[in-house]
Design a protein around this ligand. Structure first.
Ligand code: IDP
Ligand code: MG
Length: 144
């Protein structure tokens, strides 16, 4: 079964949208295998978003992602990576389709409420970025 990393971004926590988004995740038949609050340091945020280094929005993105705690979650279902991207909607809330999280809650292209891995390979890397070996063994006991 496929797994992906979801992040509830600082704007989501600040506006008390966690519960609503967890409900949308549950209604879409994802299993939430683990979930925890994290305060990203600037160093950690820069490492997580390293692929965007040098882009015009990079520094503001790092400022945003470190302004308050985030919630990181491991979601599981068949086709989890694409299905979570579909439920999030387009990066720009203005272009996100009806019924998507970013359409409903996204404020701007930066403050767009949630993150999702963009491939199975990146999902594995992003989950390992936030969850320790012990946590991963608890999530996937068959691999121990
Ligand atoms: P994604 O989150 O939909 O995968 P990415 O292109 O990977 O989108 O960008 C990562 C994050 O950087 C976005 O979710 C958003 O918060 C921010 N971002 C992307 N493009 C822009 C932009 O043009 N202006 C401001 N922020 C942006
Ligand atoms: Mg991305």
């Amino acid at each position: 079964m496929e797994q992906t990393l979801a992040i509830f971004k600082p704007d989501c926590i600040e506006r008390k949208l966690m519960g609503k988004i967890i409900t949308m995740i549950e209604n879409a038949d994802f299993a939430i295998l683990d979930i925890k609050m994290v305060q990203l340091t600037t160093t950690a945020a820069r490492a997580f978003y390293a692929v965007h280094k040098g882009k015009p929005f990079f520094e503001k993105l790092i400022e945003f992602m470190t302004e308050n705690p985030i919630l990181v979650a491991v979601l599981q279902k068949e086709n989890a990576v694409q299905d979570w991207r579909d439920l999030m909607g387009d990066t720009d809330p203005e272009h996100a389709g009806d019924g998507t999280i970013r359409n409903e809650f996204g404020e701007t292209v930066r403050r767009n409420t949630v993150h999702g891995s963009d491939s199975v390979t990146h999902a594995k890397e992003e989950i390992a970025f936030f969850f320790s070996r012990n946590e991963l063994l608890r999530i996937n006991p068959q691999k121990s």
